[in-house]
Design a protein around this ligand. Structure first.
Ligand code: B12
Ligand code: SF4
Ligand code: SF4
Length: 238
């Protein structure tokens, strides 16, 4: 059964008050490795849900302010699960979350759904939103769903190909971002140092900030800090 696009419209309408967006559909022809649904069969379609720039930050902050424990240990995951889990129940689909191990290949799904490719930072770059977007969950369906709601783009699909000077590479004070790999150990070591705490930890990843694509979608300061703190294990934090 092909579900009508009004089905996606109703999902998008449910997500909109929370600042979340549909981010395309990954499709899996029969027998081609879709994730397992709650009933044990393989999904034929996975609808990706995420943030574009700071779109979710206000709604998440409002929810968090109303929680006696400020949302607990992983507040963004808890908030996402509340919204996306509710949607899974309403639509009879299976919810998947990016931070739940064993990890589902969210980036591979996003590459297939929106044709995105990785930047030198490991993050997928979008021609309009640049590095300022992420995934909060996905819904798996037993049947295909109609035409995906791709965000129309006017810019080239992989901005890194045409990027003059690749400023992200030079901006990383730890030399962790190179054209061939992202050096996590070097990044974390720098973040735990005095200059790192004042630099990237306080202001956000300098390499990400150096990218000229999608500047208008840059995350607000407190969102940047929130994500940076999540990157450093509690034992490394001062
Ligand atoms: C583990 C993980 C990390 C580890 C990376 C460890 C490693 N070397 O692989 C750490 C903790 C370092 C990390 C860091 C960050 N991550 Co991360 N991470 C993940 C997570 C939870 C699992 C990745 C995985 O193993 N997937 C399983 C494999 C099978 O899936 P896959 O799609 O086929 O695999 C791809 C990735 O593994 C990717 N990859 C390989 N090495 C690295 C290294 C980095 C740094 C990244 C980002 C990706 C990446 O390449 C694979 C092929 O495309 C994903 C969520 C998810 N479920 O995918 C988020 C995810 C990849 N991370 C994300 C982000 C945004 C970040 C940070 C920017 C967080 C921040 N500070 O804001 C940083 C990036 C560092 C920086 N330069 O600032 C986003 C990327 C969104 C996007 N636009 O692409 C994801 C999708 C989470 C989300 N909720 O959206 N991350
Ligand atoms: S600065 Fe250039 S190479 Fe680096 S992520 Fe942005 S577009 Fe890609
Ligand atoms: S957070 Fe700082 S050290 Fe880590 S990759 Fe970004 S610029 Fe480099």
């Amino acid at each position: 059964m092909i579900r009508p696009s009004s089905f996606q419209d109703s999902i998008a309408a449910h997500l909109a008050p929370h600042g979340l967006h549909l981010r395309g559909t990954a499709r899996f022809p029969q027998g081609e490795g879709g994730p397992l649904l709650d009933d044990g069969q393989a999904a034929r379609a996975v609808l990706l849900i995420g943030n574009i720039g700071g779109s979710m930050w206000q709604a998440f902050g409002d929810w968090r302010a109303g929680q006696s424990d400020r949302g607990g240990r992983d507040p963004l995951d808890t908030w996402s699960k509340r919204i996306i889990g509710d949607l899974a129940t309403k639509t009879g689909s299976t919810a998947y979350y990016p931070s739940d191990p064993p990890y589902h290949p969210f980036q591979r799904w996003a590459m297939s759904a929106e044709g995105l490719r990785a930047s030198p930072l490991g993050i997928l770059i979008h021609p309009e939103f640049g590095l300022w977007h992420g995934y909060r969950g996905a819904l798996g369906f037993a049947e295909d769903i109609s035409e995906p709601e791709k965000t129309p783009v006017s810019a080239p699909l992989h901005p890194c190909d045409d990027c003059k000077g690749r400023p992200c590479l030079a901006a990383c004070p730890a030399g962790a971002v190179t054209a061939v790999r992202f050096d996590l150990a070097a990044c974390r070591k720098y973040l735990a140092s005095e200059p790192g705490r004042e630099g990237c930890m306080g202001k956000g990843c300098l390499a990400r900030a150096a990218c000229p694509v999608g500047e208008g979608f840059r995350y607000p300061e407190d969102q940047l800090r929130f994500h940076m703190e999540a990157l450093v294990p509690p034992s490394d934090q001062p």
